[in-house]
Design a protein around this ligand. Structure first.
Ligand SMILES: [Zn+2]
Length: 434
């Protein structure tokens, strides 16, 4: 028996966006009741003292780095970072070593996650063997082993023929294609967006069209095949316009955007600092505005962090040589809340929806809702708590972030997965064991 009562919380009304006082009672990992003044009988009571209770956040794009790159992150440290950031489910990308291109590697990731993970881990398998774009993996076997989608994240599938075959097969198996869109002939060798920052520092640039060309090609192929096609970390206005058109046509095309592409443009890069180096790169202010608009109007469906830990040594190699990517799990919610909700760009209900219910709906996952009978994946957020972001305090092994020193409000303080505590941060939640 494992009963918990989250007392004196507030929950969001999805329709009105209003916050209302509520308790949440959890019995054996399931939400038994949501309402006012629920009975404490037989439950451990946690007084959350007016804090916001939301469904556990879901991140469909992270890099846990295990197997093969445990010096950057492990499933244990990556999922601890997720839990601290309020995430209860993460989908991990296959660019590990070995690449997650076989049922054995998918099985190994699931076993490690089961043993050492703080939160639920959903493996995404590679589209092509070793992500080389030369030979398709065995989709049926990968699905059987537990892969929930297919992606060659980190590189674009260069051959249209290969992508079309992949989509046709994935559609048959009802697996989404989660695409990293990057045409090598337009992008190769670049380290930042081909814009004002690249020009100022005379750095090799990556065109926005390197992404959009692939998105256009893939939308044509998605229409041919009927597959669920999902664009990873969309960054360019031209790509957004294409997704908008595809949706108007009624195609199964969806897209995600990262917090950093929503919050920064290449105008914000202070100098040749590798903490601002990610792929796709931070684009122009115009691109950034288009992303925000598309998130608001539903063209972009969800927010995903693309949490990409690297070591300090790797990031110290300079902007041309350093690997692409920044961490994101521990700062996503407070940054987005502070910079988009408190500034009036998004409502709190919109932000929560794009991190909970929408990703669940998109990928057919049975989580993301705070309702009776649902699995008790729950996050409690202190909207008033304000902190300065300090990478030295991250539980992720990756300290690579451009947001160090930023002030942000809205920190997750308690994360429950299946009714069990995955993370408890604050010391002033009142606890009365009964
Ligand atoms: Zn990625």
């Amino acid at each position: 028996m494992n009963h918990i009562l989250l007392k004196n919380g507030r929950i969001l009304d999805e329709k009105t966006g209003e916050m209302a006082p509520a308790d949440v009672r959890i019995e054996n990992g399931v939400i038994a009741a949501v309402g006012r003044e629920l009975p404490e009988s037989g439950a451990e009571t946690v007084d959350v003292a007016g804090r916001l209770i939301v469904p556990g956040l879901i991140d469909m794009h992270v890099h846990l780095r295990e197997p093969g790159f445990e010096h950057k992150e492990t499933i244990a440290t990556g999922t601890a970072a997720a839990a601290r950031g309020g995430f209860t489910t993460v989908a991990c990308m296959p660019n590990t070593r070995p690449v997650a291109d076989s049922p054995e590697v998918i099985g190994r990731i699931r076993e490690t996650a089961h043993r050492e993970g703080r939160v639920r881990v959903l493996p995404i398998a590679a589209i092509t063997k070793r992500e080389l774009g030369e030979e398709l993996t065995d989709f049926a076997a990968l699905k059987e082993a537990g892969a929930i989608a297919l992606s060659d994240d980190g590189v674009g599938v260069q051959s249209a023929r290969m992508m079309k075959q992949a989509m046709a097969w994935a559609c048959e198996l009802d697996l989404p294609i989660v695409a990293h869109c990057e045409d090598n002939s337009l992008a190769k060798g670049g380290c930042v967006h081909d814009g004002i920052f690249a020009a100022k520092l005379d750095l090799p640039g990556i065109l926005g069209s390197a992404e959009a060309v692939h998105v256009a090609r893939d939308i044509v192929l998605a229409e041919d095949t009927g597959v669920h096609y999902h664009v990873c970390h969309i960054s360019a206005k031209a790509s957004v316009d294409l997704v908008r058109m595809a949706k108007q046509k009624g195609l199964r095309v969806t897209a995600e955007v990262t917090p950093h592409h929503l919050l920064l443009s290449d105008e914000d890069i202070p100098g040749p600092d590798p903490m601002y180096k990610m792929n796709p790169p931070l684009r122009s202010a115009e691109d950034r505005a288009a992303l925000l608009e598309a998130l608001k109007d539903g063209t972009i469906d969800i927010i995903a962090t693309d949490h990409a830990p690297h070591t300090a040594e790797e990031k110290a190699m300079g902007i041309r040589q350093a690997p692409f990517g920044i961490v994101g799990l521990e700062t996503a919610f407070p940054l987005l809340y502070t910079r988009l909700v408190l500034t009036g760009h998004l409502t709190l209900a919109q932000l929560v929806e794009k991190l909970t219910r929408r990703p669940a709906e998109l990928f057919g996952l049975p989580w993301g809702r705070l309702a009776e009978g649902q699995t008790a994946d729950i996050t409690v957020i202190d909207l008033d708590e304000e902190r300065t972001i300090d990478p030295d305090n991250f539980v992720s092994k990756g300290k690579n972030t451009p947001f160090a020193g930023w002030r942000a409000k809205g920190w997750p303080v308690l994360t429950l997965v299946k009714g069990r505590v995955a993370w408890r941060e604050s010391v002033d939640l009142v606890r009365n064991g009964q």
